[in-house]
Each structure stands twice: as C-alpha cells, then as structure tokens.
Design a protein around this ligand. Structure first.
Ligand code: UD1
Length: 364
C-alpha cells in the first residue's frame, strides 16, 4: 500500500516525523513524502528534516510564498500530477496550513482517500486562515485523527460519522517526548546567557498580531517593558521580521529583549523547558507548554486548543499592553503547578495512526 504524506510548513514537520518513523517499521507500506515548498528557508524547513530524522521528500513542489489563493492554487496544480503518478491509497495531510487544505482538495477530487492528522480543532474564528483550512480539510477527510476528546465532539457536532473519527492523541507531543532528553542536554539557556533566570520566551507570527503596524508596535513595546523584569528571548518568524523592519522599530535603551533568528526544534524546546513564561500565538507552543507545565500566555482572542486552558497552563490574553503585563506578572507570582497528564498525550499517537492505517485498528 502506498501512503503519501504532504507537508509544507514548519509545524507540519514535527507531526510528520513520528509517523514517518512508525510507518518505516511496517514493510507492507511504502511511504512517499511530498514537500510543497510553502516554507523554503533552510531555518524554516531543512533544519527540521535533519534534526527530526525525516527522510528526504521524494517530491518538492517549490511553490514558495504568495497570496493565499496563489499559494493554494500553485500547490494544487503541482500536486495533482504527483498524485496521478504515485497512485497512493491514502493521502495524509497535517495540521491547518495552506498545504493541508490544498492537498486534501486535490486528493478528494481524484477519489483518493484523505487522512487528516490533527483533525477536529476549532477556534470558531473565521477570520483565521487556519480555521478555514481546518474546517474544509475535515469535510474532505475520510479518516480523521484527533488529538483530544473536544476535537471528537466538534466533529460529531458537524455530522462527521463516528467510524471516520479516531482519537489517537497528540502527535506533536510524540516529537516532544522523543526529543526532550536531547533538548535538556543541549543547554540552550546557558548558550543564550539566561540560565537560572525566569526568562520569557516569545513567538509571534499570526497576521492578526503582526500585520497591523499599530498592533505590532504595541506588542513590541510591551515585550521591551517586560524585559525590564526578566530577559526576553524572541526567535522571530520571517513574516514578523519583515513587519518589524517595515516598522523601523528598535528596542529602548536598557531593554533585555533579544530578537533572534528562527531556531531549530531542539534549541527552541531547550529554551521552552526552562522558561519562566512563554508568550506566543502559535498552536504548537500552547500544547508543548501544557505538556511541560510551563506557564503560557496566548496572545489571541480564541484558541482551537481549549484543553490547554481548561487543563493546562495556557491563558488567552488580548494583544494589549496592560493585559499582557498584568497576566505576565500574575504568572510570575503564581507557584508552579505539576504538569497535567492529558489523555493520549503520551508519545504514542503515531503508533496508533499507523495501526489504524495499516491494521484497521479503531481508537474511539
Ligand atoms: C504558516 C501557516 C501558519 C503556521 C505558520 C508556521 C498558513 C495559512 N499559515 O504561516 O498556520 O502557524 O506557517 O510558521 O498556511 N517566509 C519566508 N521564508 C519561508 C516561509 C515564509 O521568508 O521559508 C515569509 C514570506 O515572506 C511569506 C511569509 O513568511 O510571505 C508568510 O509565509 P506563509 O507560508 O504564507 O505563512 P506563515 O505566516 O509562515
């Protein structure tokens, strides 16, 4: 049986790695990997393949950047002939990026079964491109692999039949579990000169936060202010970097805010594990901080991962100076709680997915 995985953007790679490993152990399966080229900078893509031991993709569609329509259309046009040639039994898509929905559309229209890894998450915020991608992909999918029970309920409420839904757990946590010892060993806090301090780790790249100059300026000013309490490390996504450059913003004298290049997976994880606080708008960091028990402020009005707030360490904050400073100081003053143990966030999600795909197992 040929299984074909399509990935394109940084958060896809951590979800592909464990499944590629699980499938490699099953001789009945030929696993073909297609990279759409949505992310193309070495530090946004190649680094992750090398670090996570992902086999080299057999195809790279090299679509690059563009408007949502242009990027999605380019992926569809270039993926269709690959699909026709490879004749996969199942096309696997990951997460909620443009590559996910584009590949799902192509496969579904060719009558090829679509499997969605990380199905059922809903922010209910239709202004987020990722929400559109999630809903459309789930509608097209024949197999829906969910990370949490709330995702199962979302899918049921939308009328997805139960026999398509498999609650396999969180595959992002598989990568984390595999890499945690090496990340601790790496000692990134020491290398960044923040060891022993309650430093703040920041990632921000959502269009809603960084595309409007006023909002971005307020966020940067807030982080600079926060850095007078504790050092702030901010690995900057290329889109955020470009917006900061447009803004011409520089940190005030004495601020301990450091803008870094995007970091490799292990280095980011190494910083995350020992952080006093994470401030982010990423989906993955909300989940990782919950698993690690590190306090997290998510600068967004909603989250598609509510379990990280109800059971984990995550808290939503508006993108406003007072709100962020107050929440950060409150988090700093609160005693650390033990990390929660979430159902099937145990490092075995990829094995469960492989068992469904290859052995016909069921996980309800
Ligand atoms: C995409 C995903 C988002 C995910 C994020 C993780 C969609 C709709 N969004 O957003 O859900 O959280 O990836 O990183 O798919 N760029 C580079 N080099 C690269 C890639 C991008 O410089 O390797 C720059 C380009 O200027 C590009 C911009 O970043 O226009 C945005 O890239 P794009 O892939 O469109 O979306 P992301 O913001 O990365």
């Amino acid at each position: 049986m040929i299984l074909l995985s399509v990935v394109g953007a940084r958060p896809n790679f951590m979800k592909l790695a464990p499944l590629a490993r699980a499938l490699a152990g099953r001789p009945a399966v030929e696993h073909v990997i297609v990279h759409t080229g949505q992310h193309y900078d070495a530090e946004m893509s190649d680094t992750f393949f090398a670090e996570l031991g992902i086999p080299r993709p057999q195809f790279n569609l090299e679509v690059g950047s563009g408007s949502h329509a242009a990027q999605t259309a380019a992926i569809m046009q270039r993926f269709e002939p690959v699909c026709l040639g490879a004749k996969p039994g199942v096309v696997l898509v990951y997460g909620d990026v443009n590559s996910t929905v584009a590949a799902a559309l192509v496969a579904a229209k060719l009558g090829i079964r679509v499997a969605h890894v990380e199905a059922g998450l809903r922010s209910r915020d239709w202004t987020m491109p990722e929400e559109i991608n999630r809903v459309v992909t789930d509608r097209l999918a024949d197999l829906l692999f969910t990370p949490s029970r709330d995702a199962v309920l979302n899918l049921r409420a939308e009328g997805v039949p139960d026999d398509r839904i498999h609650f396999v757990g969180n595959i992002m946590i598989d990568s984390l579990v595999t890499s945690l010892a090496a990340a601790r060993e790496l000692g990134a806090p020491r290398r960044h000169g923040v060891e022993g301090s309650r430093y703040v780790l920041v990632t921000l790249h959502r269009p809603g936060n960084v595309d409007a100059p006023d909002s971005l300026r307020e966020l940067l000013d807030t982080l600079a202010e926060l850095s007078f309490d504790a050092p702030v490390l901010f690995p900057v996504h290329p889109r955020t970097r470009a917006r900061i450059r447009d803004l011409g913003w520089t940190a005030p004298a004495g601020a301990r805010l450091r803008l870094l290049d995007p970091l490799p997976y292990l280095e980011l994880l190494s910083l995350e594990v020992s952080a006093g606080l994470v401030v982010t708008d990423s989906g993955g960091l909300q989940e990782e901080t919950t698993y690690l028990g590190v306090p997290c402020l998510t600068v967004r009005p909603s989250t598609e991962r509510p379990i990280t707030c109800s059971e984990g360490t995550n808290r939503l904050v508006p993108a406003r100076r007072e709100a962020i400073l107050a929440a950060a100081r409150e988090a700093g003053a609160t005693a650390a709680r033990p990390a929660p143990v979430l159902e099937r966030w145990d490092g075995r999600a990829a094995e469960r997915i492989a068992a469904v795909l290859v052995d016909g197992a069921r996980y309800s």
